[in-house]
Design a protein around this ligand. Structure first.
Ligand SMILES: N[C@@H](CCC(=O)N[C@@H](CS)C(=O)NCC(=O)O)C(=O)O
Length: 207
């Protein structure tokens, strides 16, 4: 059984969404934020204490987009991971990584600042700069989406899971109204996918 550590709205979303798209069986283990660095089972999968971690038998993986690549390679072939000879592959692999490395990762500074910084620093320069960078770089995501429904072309791929999470993050932080309209349409299109909706249903009820 595949175990995903962490739930929506963290990057565990990407992994659960991919598992749903591929129709693979899995279980989700929520990991409390406050005690995550003492949770040995979770740390074995994600030694940095960041969500997500994955366990697949004796195998453990961290990094959300690496986990997407792993699932496609191990449990494919699947249409959502084009083969390297497929003309859609170069865009797929670029945007699979772009969604995390260029778009989502810098926003960790904004999230940490917003939730944990002292009140007089919550809107500081660094946190705002990460948002401005996201907006500038998201033009590279809007460009292919003006020509085709998905980043790699006409086929939904794991790159859309990576970038879809990034656009959701912009909404979570409340600056999605500053993004190109193409990206709002894209997010709405992705949110209609049954696998996306099943992924969201794994989010624990608020208590
Ligand atoms: N590049 C990593 C980033 C992981 C990450 O930063 N996850 C966030 C939640 S979405 C987190 O766990 N933050 C708290 C922490 O890193 O301690 C990935 O894609 O898995």
């Amino acid at each position: 059984m595949i175990t995903v550590y962490g739930t929506p709205p963290t990057r565990s979303m990407r992994v659960i969404w991919m598992l749903e798209e591929m129709g693979l069986p899995y279980e989700v283990k929520p990991v409390a934020f406050e005690t995550r660095l003492q949770n040995r089972e979770f740390l074995e999968a994600s030694p940095t204490g960041s969500y997500p971690g994955l366990r697949d038998g004796d195998i453990r993986l961290m990094e959300s987009c690496a986990i997407l690549e792993y699932l496609g390679a191990k449990y494919g072939p699947t249409p959502i991971v084009p083969k390297p000879t497929n003309p859609e592959y170069p865009a797929h692999i670029s945007y699979l990584h772009f969604g995390e490395a260029s778009l989502s990762a810098p926003l960790n500074v904004t999230i940490a600042t917003r939730f944990f910084a002292p009140d007089d620093q919550k809107q500081n320069w660094g946190a705002q700069h990460a948002i401005e960078m996201f907006i500038r770089k998201s033009a590279a995501l809007a460009a292919p989406l003006r020509k085709s429904p998905y980043v790699a072309g006409n086929t939904f791929t794991a790159a859309d899971i990576s970038c879809g999470f990034a656009v959701d993050l912009a909404r979570f932080l409340g600056f999605d109204d500053r993004l190109d309209a193409t990206l709002k349409d894209y997010a709405a299109r992705l949110a209609q996918r049954p696998a996306y909706q099943k992924m969201l249903a794994t989010r624990p009820a608020p208590h």
